[in-house]
Design a protein around this ligand. Structure first.
Ligand SMILES: Nc1ncnc2c1ncn2[C@@H]1O[C@H](COP(=O)(O)OP(=O)(O)O)[C@@H](O)[C@H]1O
Ligand SMILES: [Mg+2]
Length: 406
């Protein structure tokens, strides 16, 4: 990533918005490359809409800049900015037909001959022939397409989408996600898509910025964020992670040795976000494999012993909970490929992983505790864990039960 910005990049620099004592957006620095599909992902209340509203000109920043290329657009009025927004509530004009809804921006700019452009836009969103219908005669998904056409007809440099699929049912959402990608590919306009749905962000965007409490926790390609999260928050907001509280004493050669619960582990230096002091040793559930005993663990893998406490069959995979010797619970997903061994509840297992698939994260020092702080996951109605089986909504790694009276 270069520091020089091509003409059309959207850049937010030191962007801050305070509402009284509340800092909704906290010193945001962000570059959205021209023509990219960019997702701003975060739990409800983390400042996503406020960020979009400052880009659109609907909210004045407390401080900071909004640049499009080298031009600061932060002082321009909303209609002067080459930016359009699609909201979750489509806000179509009920008394205008579909074609006139789409033509609205053109007419307001005094353009008379709108038919061709409107027809092309309706074709783009696959609503050819629906121009004479009223919004009330359309399904939710079709109304959302009209809203999209109405924004794109203005040829904005940047299209802002604020949870645009939030009101659609799951199947329609999936369809519209694919549609939106196709449309973005076709028009090549920068899309900034706000969502609290991690799967939506990952399937759609080239770049995902994970936002937490007004700040960007991590930014990158979906696979990079998933495979090598930078913080415990990201490790658990984007999918799930087993996080073992561990201590590291710096690298030794190509590896970083760590101790966790009295056992020694290690992982390559390149997999460590932090290599000293209090750390989390992280392993994704699908990269944690089960063997019937320690002598069946493949060479080069590391393992912890445990007992299966729950095995739930969810079709494509079986999701296991494994209680470790020190009383934490780990989650392992095993693909139902028909090849692997199945383990019943109560079976002793060695849960093992390839250290190249593990990662090391900074951890707040303090009493040893396996519980990563998971504010996002606790808002469980949305986002990261919404589709997980209910028993997996518990924290992935739970602390040891205290013996005796607590
Ligand atoms: N106009 C406003 N006045 C006061 N507080 C606001 C206003 N708009 C948003 N907030 C607060 O700012 C924070 C971020 O809100 P928002 O940007 O809407 O989050 P998101 O879109 O990520 O759910 C929230 O705590 C919200 O209550
Ligand atoms: Mg919002």
């Amino acid at each position: 990533m270069g520091h020089e910005s091509p003409a059309g990049d959207l850049r937010l620099t030191n962007l801050t918005k305070r509402f009284g004592v509340l800092t909704a957006v906290d010193d945001l620095d962000l570059t959205v490359p021209q023509g990219s599909f960019f997702a701003l992902l975060g739990a409800s209340g983390c400042g996503k809409t406020t960020t979009l509203r400052m880009i659109a000109g609907l909210e004045a920043p407390t401080s900071g800049q909004v640049l499009l290329g080298d031009r600061d657009i932060a002082r321009l009025r909303p209609y002067q900015r080459p930016v359009n927004t699609v909201f979750q509530s489509y806000a179509l004009f009920p008394h205008l037909d579909v074609a006139e809804n789409v033509a609205f921006g053109l007419r307001r700019r005094g353009i008379r001959n709108v038919d061709d452009q409107v027809r092309r836009m309706l074709a783009l969103v696959q609503l050819d022939g629906s121009g004479r219908r009223r919004p009330a005669q359309l399904s939710g998904g079709q109304q959302q397409r009209v809203a999209l056409a109405r924004a794109l007809v203005n040829h904005p440099r940047v299209l802002l989408l604020d949870e645009p699929l939030g009101a659609l049912d799951l199947k329609l959402r999936r369809q519209m996600q694919i549609e939106l990608r196709r449309i973005q590919n076709e028009v090549g306009i920068t899309f900034v898509h706000v969502t609290h749905d991690q799967e939506e962000a990952m399937t759609m965007a080239d770049t995902v910025a994970v936002m937490n409490a007004g700040r960007i926790e991590q930014l990158g390609a979906p696979a990079d964020l998933y495979e090598f999260p930078a913080t415990a928050f990201v490790a658990n907001f984007l999918g799930q992670s087993n996080l073992l509280a561990a201590e590291a004493a710096g690298p030794a050669g190509a590896d970083v040795p760590v101790t966790a619960h009295g056992a020694r582990f290690s992982l390559p230096v390149g997999r460590a976000r932090s290599d000293r002091g209090a750390v989390y040793l992280g392993v994704r559930p699908e990269k944690l494999h089960l063997a019937g005993s320690a002598d069946q663990v493949p060479d080069g893998h590391q393992h912890v012993d445990g007992v299966v406490t729950d095995a739930s069959y969810v079709g494509v995979s079986t999701q296991y909970l494994i209680r470790t010797g020190w009383g934490s619970e780990l989650v392992a997903f095993a693909a139902n490929s028909g090849l692997g061994q199945r383990f019943p509840v109560g079976a002793p297992v060695a849960a093992h992983w390839d250290p190249r698939h593990a990662f090391l994260l900074p951890r707040e020092p303090g009493p040893t505790d396996d519980r990563p702080d998971r504010p996002a996951a606790r808002r469980a109605g949305e986002g990261a864990v919404a589709n997980a089986p209910r028993h997996l909504l518990r924290r992935v790694v739970r602390p040891a039960k205290r013996r005796g009276a607590a």
